[in-house]
Every structure is written in structure tokens, then in C-alpha cells.
Write a protein that binds this ligand. Structure first.
Ligand SMILES: NC(=O)c1ccc[n+]([C@@H]2O[C@H](COP(=O)([O-])OP(=O)(O)OC[C@H]3O[C@@H](n4cnc5c(N)ncnc54)[C@H](OP(=O)(O)O)[C@@H]3O)[C@@H](O)[C@H]2O)c1
Length: 348
């Protein structure tokens, strides 16, 4: 007899409410890893998928959700040694966006089946709840670097005087971008509410600016000038700030340089208004599936576990636990509107 597990399913695309039901546990395909899910983080994309009929959900019922941490139950026959063995603690990026809610591979359930490229070892110094903060934020930021043609071995020296603008540093993806830009040697200029400034500096920001200030653009441009740094790259983590980011890059880029801006939000691509000297693109990882798989494997199987172990990357921002297990996911999603420097996680 096949086994069953509990899942918070989306009965029909965009219906707005998850329902907890029992469903058949799959057997992993050759390249898959079956994970007993212990914690799930929610993301804005889950909210869009839950409530918007035509937003990347084509299964009824669907299981959505991207960010999990848990224990490896079993591995497919072709899964390599770079992926943790049975019984090990892992984080994983469920590909629900790409599979449009295919039930076996969504995060919102007790057992999820994830491509081995999207699974990584979680060092013991981090809790399983902290592990859920990583996959979407790190994967998205690497997608943005790919869009900006900044590759993994990018490494600027201080004398290169290269700046990165991260607008929305208190967000989940923005706080990952701050850490990753710092690792590449950028001087990182960040916007966030005042209450998050000290924390964001601990993640690697050089200077943090309150985005509520009417003069924020002027302050960032002046800071880069004072530091003799050129801001040729930018990362937009939140909605509605394209014009300000373009204005900063236009003025703070190096002379005769085309500055590049990766927009991660809103979730649908441009077209974007053009600004002299600034190219804006919607963030995207490699589009061809084999290339994307290699891209994610290099991040999740190798780069991220190593950086977590060394302490160069930490889960960010902070965890807020929402009670209720799978039943609590609807509430966790509701709480996303108005989130400030926190990621909502349910333990299952
Ligand atoms: N393209 C993709 O693949 C992809 C992937 C993941 C996320 N996203 C998108 O990226 C966006 C962020 O997602 P997330 O999970 O990181 O969100 P989140 O953590 O929930 O973002 C909340 C934070 O946004 C900040 N914020 C809001 N408005 C701001 C503004 N005008 N300027 C600066 N900061 C502002 C707030 O900062 P304060 O607390 O400082 O006020 C708050 O801390 C969402 O729109 C999401 O859909 C896209």
C-alpha cells in the first residue's frame, strides 16, 4: 500500500485558501530527493499563487511554496555524492514556480520531492527554521547576478572602487544581496528603515539610508562621490522604486559606462522606461532547463553549504515562527503584507 502524508493544497488556481489534506507520497525519480519537511518559510510569490488565478499555477489541486528545511528520506538512483545522504539535515528550493504547482514538488507539505540540484547540506550551527530563510533569497540573488552578468568568481578589490546599490535591504532577498555583494568586493549602498540599519551593516553594508527620506537619492549619490566609488550595478528588491534606482545609477556610475540594474520585483518582467546610461532588466536565472539545473546545483549543492560553514553567509533576516503547522500557512501568508525585516516560518 502506498504511503500518505499531509499537504496544504491549493484546491484550484488562485482560489485564495489552502486546505490541509492527505495525499500519496511519491517515490523519488533518479535525480530527485525526498525530504521530510520540518520547517517552511513563506514568500510573496506564494501569496500571488494562492490568490491570483493566472499566476504560475496550472495544477488542481496544486502544492505551492518554495523554501523548506528538513531531513533526507531517500535519494534517487542517479543522485551524486555532492547531495546529502539519508538522515541528513538539508535546506531545499522547491521548484513550484517552474512546475506551476506540481503537487509532488511543492513546499507546503510534510514530504516534498525536490530535484537534487536544489538541495544543500545545512550546517549544524543553524536551526532548521533558519535553513528555510536561504533557498529563495540566495537563488533569486544569484539570478540577479546572472542578469547583471556578474559571475560567481567576480571579486573586486577595494581599489577598484565598485559600488552596488541594494534597494530594500531589510527584505529577505535584499538582505541576501547585501551579503553576497559584499563577498564580491562591492562597496554596498543599501536602503532600509532606520530600525534595521545596524543589523544590515552587520551583513556587510557599507552605508545604509532611510528610504523614507525625501533626499535619499541625493544622499546615496553624494556618499558614493565622497567615497570615490562608482555605482555601476544595482539590485531592486521591492516594488515601486525603479525611478529612484535609475536616477542613482545614472548619476553615480563611472563616466562612459552603461550601468546595469536588476529588478526582482514586481514578479512580472518590464518593459521598463529607459534612462540614459542605465540598462534595467528583470532578474532571471538561466532559462534553458539543463543550464538552470547546473546553475542551481553549483549554488545549492556546493557554494551555499561552504559559505554557511565558513560563516561568510548567514540566514537573514530574522525568523518569526507562526503557530499551527500546515494549518498555519494561510495565516503566515496573510502576515506577509506589511512584513518588516522578518521571514515567517511554520514548523511542521
Ligand atoms: N523575481 C523573483 O524570482 C523573486 C524572488 C523572490 C522575491 N521576489 C519579489 O521580491 C520582493 C521582495 O520579496 P521578499 O520576500 O524579500 O520580501 P519581504 O522580505 O517580505 O520584504 C519586506 C521588506 O521590504 C522592505 N520595503 C518595502 N518597501 C520598501 C521600499 N519602498 N524601500 C525599501 N524597502 C522597502 C521593508 O523594509 P523596512 O522594514 O526597512 O521598511 C520590509 O522589511 C517581492 O515583491 C517578491 O515578489 C521576486
Amino acid at each position: 500500500m502506498s504511503s500518505q502524508h499531509l499537504a496544504a493544497v491549493l484546491p484550484t488556481p488562485g482560489c485564495g485558501k489552502l486546505e490541509v489534506v492527505s495525499r500519496t507520497t511519491p517515490s523519488p525519480g533518479p535525480h530527485d530527493v525526498l525530504i521530510e519537511v520540518k520547517a517552511i518559510a513563506v514568500n510573496p510569490i506564494d501569496l500571488y499563487q494562492r490568490g491570483t488565478a493566472d499566476f504560475y499555477v496550472s495544477h488542481s489541486p496544486a502544492v505551492i511554496g518554495s523554501d523548506i528545511a528538513g531531513i533526507v528520506v531517500s535519494r534517487g538512483s542517479a543522485v551524486g555524492d555532492n547531495v546529502p545522504q539519508e538522515g541528513k539535515r538539508v535546506f531545499a528550493f522547491c521548484p513550484t514556480f517552474y512546475t506551476e504547482g506540481l503537487p509532488d514538488s511543492g513546499a507546503f507539505q510534510k514530504i516534498a520531492m525536490v530535484p537534487s540540484s536544489n538541495v544543500g547540506a545545512l550546517p549544524s550551527k543553524f536551526s532548521l527554521t533558519e535553513g528555510t530563510l536561504l533557498p529563495m533569497a540566495i537563488g533569486t540573488t544569484f539570478g540577479a547576478w546572472h542578469t547583471l552578468e556578474l559571475y560567481r568568481d567576480t571579486m573586486f578589490a577595494p581599489e577598484d572602487k565598485q559600488g552596488m546599490l541594494v534597494w530594500g535591504g531589510a527584505s529577505s532577498i535584499g538582505s541576501a544581496a547585501v551579503q553576497m555583494a559584499k563577498l564580491m568586493g562591492f562597496t554596498v549602498y543599501v536602503t532600509a528603515s532606520d530600525k534595521h540599519h545596524e543589523y544590515i551593516k552587520t551583513l556587510g553594508a557599507s552605508k545604509v539610508f532611510d528610504y523614507h527620506s525625501a533626499d535619499v537619492v541625493e544622499h546615496i549619490v553624494q556618499a558614493a562621490k565622497d567615497d570615490s566609488v562608482a555605482i555601476n550595478h544595482g539590485y531592486i528588491a521591492v516594488r515601486g522604486v525603479l525611478e529612484q534606482c535609475q536616477a542613482i545609477l545614472k548619476r553615480a556610475r563611472a563616466p562612459n559606462t552603461l550601468a546595469k540594474l536588476a529588478n526582482c520585483s514586481p514578479p512580472r518582467p518590464g518593459p521598463y522606461p529607459t534612462v540614459e546610461g542605465v540598462e534595467t532588466r528583470f532578474m532571471h536565472p538561466p532559462e534553458e532547463p539543463d543550464n538552470r539545473e547546473k546553475f542551481f546545483a553549483s549554488i545549492f549543492n556546493k557554494w551555499l553549504p561552504e559559505k554557511l560553514e565558513s560563516g561568510e553567509i548567514v540566514p537573514s533576516p530574522k525568523v518569526t515562527i507562526v503557530e499551527g503547522g500546515l494549518e498555519g500557512l494561510n495565516k503566515a501568508l496573510d502576515m506577509l503584507t506589511g512584513a518588516s525585516g522578518e521571514k515567517f516560518v511554520v514548523e511542521v
